[in-house]
Design a binder for this molecule. Structure first.
Ligand code: GLY
Length: 359
């Protein structure tokens, strides 16, 4: 059974269809109108694993050329790959009324979303996430980006999709490590603003009742995006764990999945909040405990990519794109379900905290 969540952006609202068989269920949607042609940008691995399902579900739509395969991994989010994709789209003769279907995880969604935003000054993109992480977070809300040597997602634009189709059937082939990493983004929604959801997640001991939890996480994000589409304020809360997490991810040079880095980053955000006396110790312990029980490592010394350098991490955090006026901006918490944006981070104190955590 599929369910639909509306992302309410006034005149530009769109739906997220979630559930097993969502791709087939979405076909009558008006985005698939018959006069339109589609360029498929698909993760190379997903194309191999799910060719039959994708071909059957999309039978009858008018394709603009062969599917364009996106290589796996963050390295695909580059200027070179963006140029290749845009060139292929031009060669297909895609017009402004046509659309891109982005089928894959966060890397494919970010790159395809940016290509769609730039192509002939912007064409529609339909996001079809195939990983739990991209279903729970990156496919919804219109963030697109490529990476730079200086850090992740530093070049990009907001380009909202016209539809998101989160078909749980794609998860049947997702490796366990990726499932756990995606689950981190579901936990994130609870930690930011829904203490009851966190209690439910603890009771379900991990990724049970997946569709319900996923739907709650998407609905939570929908509210935040509707209130602050371009991250002028409260949307920054969705970066809980990300400032620490991006630093870890960059330092680990490809050995950590994004969700793994965010999980460790969320534990750090809660521990740092407790150290500053902003959050009860017991809440920070509960967060770390749940992440560990779910198989998400929170001890920095045990993470792939360890040992980390506190100085290098701090340097990366100084370049985070949320920072303002030269100060490091962190998302911290007053407790589970009560995250807030903290602008007065003292770099020397943060460095000492990181050193303590790394030992
Ligand atoms: N991934 C955080 C956001 O979409 O704002």
């Amino acid at each position: 059974m599929t369910e639909t969540i509306a992302i309410d952006l006034g005149g530009r609202s769109y739906d997220v269809i979630v559930g097993e068989g969502a791709l087939e269920a979405a076909r009558p949607h008006s985005v698939f109108r018959s006069e339109r042609r589609f360029a498929i940008l698909v993760d190379a691995h997903v194309a191999q694993l799910h060719a039959k399902k994708i071909t059957a579900a999309l039978a009858g739509i008018s394709l603009a050329g062969e599917a364009i395969e996106i290589p796996d991994g963050e390295r695909a989010k580059s200027f070179g790959q963006l140029e290749t994709v845009l060139g292929r789209m031009l060669d297909c003769g895609l017009e402004r009324g046509d659309a891109v279907l982005a089928i894959g995880g966060g890397v494919t969604g970010d790159l395809a979303g940016l290509a769609a935003a730039l192509y002939k000054r912007g064409i529609d993109v339909i996001q079809i996430p195939t990983t739990l992480l991209s279903m729970a977070d990156s496919s919804v809300g219109g963030k697109t980006a490529i990476n730079m040597p200086q850090g992740k997602n530093l070049v990009g634009v907001f380009h909202q999709p016209s539809l998101v189709i989160a078909d749980l059937a794609f998860l049947s082939t997702l490796p366990g490590r990726q499932m756990k990493a995606g689950y981190a983004e579901i936990i994130k929604a609870a930690l930011i603003g829904d203490a009851d959801m966190f209690t439910d997640l603890e009771a379900s001991k991990g990724p049970d009742h997946l569709q319900a939890h996923l739907k709650t996480a998407i609905a939570f994000k929908a509210k935040i995006v509707a209130a602050d589409e371009r991250e002028a304020g409260s949307r920054a809360l969705l970066n809980l764990g990300h400032t620490f997490g991006h630093a870890l991810e960059s330092e680990a040079a490809g050995q950590l999945l994004h969700g793994e880095a965010v999980a460790a980053g969320m534990a750090l955000a809660f521990d740092y909040s407790a150290r500053l006396g902003l959050c009860p110790e017991a809440d920070a312990k509960r967060v770390g405990g749940h992440l560990q029980r779910t198989g998400l490592e929170t001890r920095l010394s045990a993470l792939p990519g360890a040992p980390f350098s506190a100085e290098s991490m701090l340097e990366r955090m100084r370049h985070d794109k949320k920072n303002s006026g030269g100060a490091i901006r962190l998302v911290l918490a007053r407790g589970i379900g009560n995250a807030f944006i903290h602008d007065q981070t003292d770099p020397a104190d943060l460095l000492n905290f990181l050193k303590d955590q790394i030992q």
